[in-house]
Design a protein around this ligand. Sequence first.
Ligand code: C5P
Length: 218
Amino acid sequence: SKSDCLKGKKVLVTAGGTQEPLDPVRFLGNRSSGRMGYAIAQAMQEAGAETILVSAPTDLPVPNGVKRISVQTALEMHDVVLNNFSDMDVIVKAAAVADYRPATNAEQKIKKDGTNRTIELVPNPDILAELGRRKTSQVLIGFAAETENLLAYAQEKMHRKNVDLLVANDVTKPGAGFGSPTNIVSFLFPDGRRIDFPQMSKLEIARNLVEEIVNLLG
Ligand code: C5P
């Protein structure tokens, strides 16, 4: 039945936008609300999976029965995900991970002095790409939020990051993307298959994702 199709499976979901500190009161962030990842964690749990949600800061409540591990930065998310990876059957990387972080995190609040400032940024590790290199039997799901050339960029990401299913969404469409309760997505598979969904709630999309994961687990 639907309520136990992932029974006995361990699933890790990442969600939200990481925050990269500049000083004790400031950070670089992004517009991710965490809603897609939280809906996925809920759907996984409802399907019977033991579900861990590695979450960047959001205002959302933890879905019933889900174990949440809160993180702030990409580096913290990297460590939590890598430490849990080998135990997992499925990893869904719905988080909007900052590609760069400030080179230094000042110990004290940075003071203004009226001059121009430059923030030096250094690259963060790509968590999903690292999982793609390390994966053994795990099913790996990635996301691609794009503002142009959606399917081409998404397909390139799917292959480069070695994922089993990539969820692509155009974040500029009304009813899609950050903060919205609905989304418009396509599922892309390495064998070239593609499923285009109409606009639907993030929870409905998450339930469709559960179905595909059950197929991928075989
Ligand atoms: O940022 P990008 O569009 O490449 O993100 C695509 C996928 O890679 C998403 O699933 C995202 O969670 C993941 N990602 C990651 N670590 C990063 C950047 C992105 O895991 N540093």
